[in-house]
Ligand binder design. Sequence first.
Ligand code: SF4
Length: 369
Amino acid sequence: MSGIYIHIPFCKHKCTYCDFTSFPNRLNFAEAYMACLYKEIEKRGEELKDRTFDTVYFGGGTPSVIDPNYIYGAMKKITQCFHLSNRPEITIEMNPGTVNENKIAVYKRAGINRFSVGLQTAIDSQLENLGRIHNVRDYLYCASLLKGENFSADIMLGLKGQTEEDVKKTIELVAGSGAKHVSMYALTPEDGTPIYTDYLNGELPDSDEVAALYEFGKDLLAQKGYARYEVSNFAQKGFESRHNLNYWRRGEYIGLGISASSFIGGRRLTNTLDLDEYIKCILSGFLPVVDSAEVAGDDAKFEFVMLALRTAKGISAREYRKEFGSDWKKDFQRAYAKTAKYFEETGDTTRIRDEYLYVQNGILTEFME
Ligand code: SF4
């Protein structure tokens, strides 16, 4: 299985925690950027015409902030230039403060069949603290436009003043609005972002408090019918994200647009983070790749183990052997012996026990040496 990722780097406003490649107030570059993106799609499609892709994902930034006809145009180009499988999963990320009926109609005409909505929290004052442009009413409107569709909602933990009651309200809002999938992840206060000051001032919940909120949220999501299939991802049966599953299975993907990365033919490629450089490269007939490295040997093995152990399914000894011709427990003998108590085994599969999945980073650190 292979996926296509497309980065749309524009936003209306920079959120206080954001360190993604996104540009508030550069929407006037959207036309030039999308024209370049179409050229990159053509170029990459020509190189990869022998491959079949099963998923397309528009991420950002805020893909829903630009004119929806640009997204329609990008999908048209993709279907012309790439070979897609029979029933591809095609996702767009949306900010609830940027959607309307017409946009959803255009997305559906473009073939988009999955929507990822950045709610974050059902508490308006917390949304304001995050610098989000939407409020709970906007989310409800967005969810009403997506009634009956396959859509996911993002929930963020570790917010200033966040309580279990707030997480409960958020999960109840999401479940009641008809979301089929939930991504629930912890806020990472990055140095250089405005929210980092709150972190330095001790105003954000500490890691034990966030872990407790996660455990509470995980149990409530299970009660609402969302099964955890990866540390931060929960879905009703049959609504797991195929695009993300491909990442965790170390499948190939091609990233298009500024800052996008690809994993193809055993190499990891990264596009430039600079908008002007991206446009210049494409207009000069070059691909905007600034970094290219082979992922092989021990690095590839570690990547396989690390990604598989993030998932509820865990690591399959058979799949590992098929890829590397060896036994993963022997390859990581010392780390496995040290961490075996955190695992459970079923047939040829080893997974991190449910209660340790959230703290898996500490376990995986052992495998890095
Ligand atoms: S909407 Fe997303 S990408 Fe845009 S500024 Fe906020 S966090 Fe960053």
